[in-house]
Write a protein that binds this ligand. Structure first.
Ligand code: ATP
Ligand code: MG
Length: 158
């Protein structure tokens, strides 16, 4: 299904912004032009739901979450950055493995199974994309993924 990812992403962010109970500010830096990608919307909703829930779960009181979407060499890159506890460098790859959770004691009280990002990885890869994380301990985390994107004919004419 062809979906304008700007609108699709905005609606998911809206839903979280309305429902959130934490004192966390949302900032959006999305493309200002409709950008169509061929995706399974249900599956990508699940991907974004997990990434955004994680960002909220690990955000401090008064923190900010930044939502970005940029275009890069026939890909769109979507990212969610938080100002939370962060993830130690050695664990950055492992968070995409099934049942992996950083620091069992820390995460026990926050709930979850450790499956969210493993499922997200599977779904992003099924769309021909990649998923990765960058983090600075104590400063925050950015989870990003790419999706192949075809330039519209309109762009070719300009
Ligand atoms: P589930 O998503 O199944 O409810 P979960 O959130 O613990 O459980 P994942 O979403 O797969 O599992 O994340 C794996 C682990 O990666 C988390 O337990 C947490 O330790 C770490 N993690 C993920 N996102 C963040 C983040 N934004 N900041 C800090 N740690 C994170
Ligand atoms: Mg999760």
């Amino acid at each position: 299904e062809w979906v304008d990812f700007v609108q699709f992403y905005s609606r998911i962010i809206d839903r979280f912004e309305l429902a959130k109970e934490q004192n966390v500010r949302f900032e959006r830096k999305l493309l200002d032009q409709a950008t169509f990608v061929e995706i399974d919307p249900d599956k990508l909703t699940q991907v974004l739901d997990n990434i955004i829930s994680n960002a909220l779960k690990y955000s401090p009181e008064g923190g900010k979450i930044t939502f970005k979407m940029v275009e890069e060499e026939e890909m769109i890159i979507i990212s969610v950055s938080d100002e939370g506890v962060g993830i130690p460098k050695d664990n950055l790859e492992k968070i995409f493995e099934r049942f992996y959770r950083v620091d069992k004691a820390r995460t026990r009280k926050l709930g979850g199974t450790g499956l969210g990002l493993a499922i997200a990885k599977e779904m992003v890869e099924a769309h021909g994309g990649k998923i990765w994380a960058r983090s600075v301990e104590g400063k925050g985390t950015t989870v990003s993924f790419s999706l192949p994107y075809l330039q519209t004919e309109e762009d070719d004419w300009s």
